[in-house]
Design a protein around this ligand. Structure first.
Ligand SMILES: Cc1ncc(COP(=O)(O)O)c(C=O)c1O
Length: 450
């Protein structure tokens, strides 16, 4: 006689069907640009207590998510969301994120995740080929640029410490004021000092400025350059930085979390010259490579250096075959989902040519909008955009006027544009990563700045 206990969870089949039906609908339907964050007190009042001893049941939990919780989030993929760095995942990528979750692969070690890791590695190999790196280069997908930067810098410091031993004082890393906030966060976690190198007129790190600092500063283990600063979308002088790093024997890390996608766009590829000499690089597919959250590709020119710094050792890990490719060994993590798979699937589906065309489209949109700003009589462009971030001013406006305008248009679901600070003044910032953004719609919205 069969004596298996019934599933402790009961029959979950209807749950699966309902959840997948909502997900399938969302994948093909744009989210509402009026969706927005709400006070916790309002959400608490509308949801009631959802975590209870008896459970509220899947249908009720799903209703609450659909009607209350999802609309209290921002539409990152709305074509007129131009704030921070938005997102524009392909439907192929988002739907494959569901498949990735369903497959539930432990993609830390080859022995458990070989198939998934193989596909992730093909996507990483494409990135390494764009960098002009040797075929022996490689890496891992981590959760985001912050973890990617931290992991690369830990590997850089580990290498320096192996070579030179521990300095009398603290280790130092060098970057400009415009390096992303995650670099200073990494420095705090690592307890290293940040040496600020003066940027050029656009805030870019240049070879001569870096050389001057490295000549006078001992114990610098690494330099962080930006290949697309978050605030203004400019690329550092990578050739000059590579020269200075080589001269001083310092690790060169390139943060391309946002702008690294530009590597595949022929019209801007020259801006990245010198990147072939970097030691490590990151790019977030969830930013401008059309994948959903959360995925950062972290690659090392010599992956052994990442492994030396990061591989965890313990008796319960002795069985892991270290001759295989084990993504857990390449960053600050152990358990990991195969978060590179949605990106790989989208890339495999659409092909790298279409990826290049999609990135080019955002660059073209940025240029058209920048030109309209230059031609307008009520706005001033701060500088010609290098990639796809456009900064501009409405001369005569106060901070309060900028904020009021931005808030009103966001509330009406017209466009999401936020002010930022640039060279000591308040300006407006547009970040284009969505190939479905139409320049005409943006220009029409900017007309309301009159
Ligand atoms: C240049 C740059 N580096 C790092 C990050 C941090 O990435 P994440 O938010 O994925 O941690 C960002 C985020 O916008 C970025 O633009």
């Amino acid at each position: 006689m069969e004596n298996h206990p019934a599933s402790i969870w009961g029959d979950e089949t209807p749950v699966v069907a309902s959840v997948l039906a909502w997900a399938a609908q969302r994948v093909v339907t744009a989210s509402d640009p009026k969706w927005t964050a709400r006070p916790a007190s309002e959400l608490a009042a509308e949801t009631g207590l959802t975590v209870t001893p008896e459970g509220i049941g899947a249908q009720e939990a799903l209703r609450i998510f659909r009607e209350v919780l999802a609309p209290a989030t921002r539409a990152q993929d709305d074509p007129l969301n131009l704030a921070y760095i938005p997102a524009a995942p392909t439907r192929a990528a988002v739907s494959f994120d569901l498949a990735t979750s369903a497959a539930n692969v432990f993609a830390g070690y080859w022995e458990s995740g070989a198939g998934a890791i193989h596909a992730e590695n093909q996507a990483l190999a494409w990135i390494c080929s764009l960098l002009g790196w040797p075929r022996t280069a490689g890496g891992v997908f981590v959760s985001g640029g912050t973890t990617g930067n931290l992991s690369a810098l830990v590997a850089a410091r580990h290498g320096a410490e192996q070579k030179h031993g521990h300095p009398a004082g603290r280790w130092k890393l060098a970057c400009t004021a415009d390096a992303h906030s995650s670099i200073r966060a990494a420095a705090r976690v690592m307890d290293v000092e940040v040496v600020e190198v003066p940027g050029d007129e656009l805030g870019r790190l240049t070879g001569p400025a870096l050389d001057a600092v490295l000549s006078q500063t001992p114990d610098v283990f690494g330099v962080v350059c930006s290949a697309g600063t978050t605030n203004s979308g400019v690329v550092d002088d990578l050739v000059g930085v590579a020269d200075a790093c080589e001269k001083h024997g310092v690790w060169m890390h390139v943060d391309g979390a946002y702008g690294g996608a530009g590597l595949c766009a022929p019209s801007v590829r020259h801006l990245f010259d010198g990147i072939e000499r970097a030691d490590s690089f990151i790019v977030d597919p969830h930013k401008w490579l059309f994948a959903p959250y959360d995925a950062c590709a972290l690659v090392y020119r010599e992956p052994e250096k990442g492994i030396d710094a990061h591989a965890q050792r313990a008796s319960y890990l002795d069985q892991v075959d270290r001759a295989e490719w084990n993504p857990s060994d390449l960053a600050v993590h152990l358990s990991r989902r195969a978060r590179g798979l949605p990106f790989w699937f989208s890339l495999a589906t659409h092909g790298t040519d279409r990826y290049a065309a999609a990135v080019e489209r955002s660059i073209a949109t940025a240029r058209v909008v920048a030109e309209a700003i230059t031609d307008s009589d009520h706005l001033e462009l701060c500088f010609e955009p290098q990639l796809s971030v456009v900064l501009f001013e409405r001369p005569g406006w106060t901070d309060d006027q900028y904020t009021a305008w931005s808030t009103r248009l966001a509330k009406d679901g017209v466009i999401l544009v936020l002010p930022t600070r640039w060279q000591g003044r308040t300006v407006l910032r547009l970040a284009f990563v969505n190939p479905m953004t139409h320049a005409d719609d943006v220009i029409a919205a900017l007309d309301t700045l009159r």
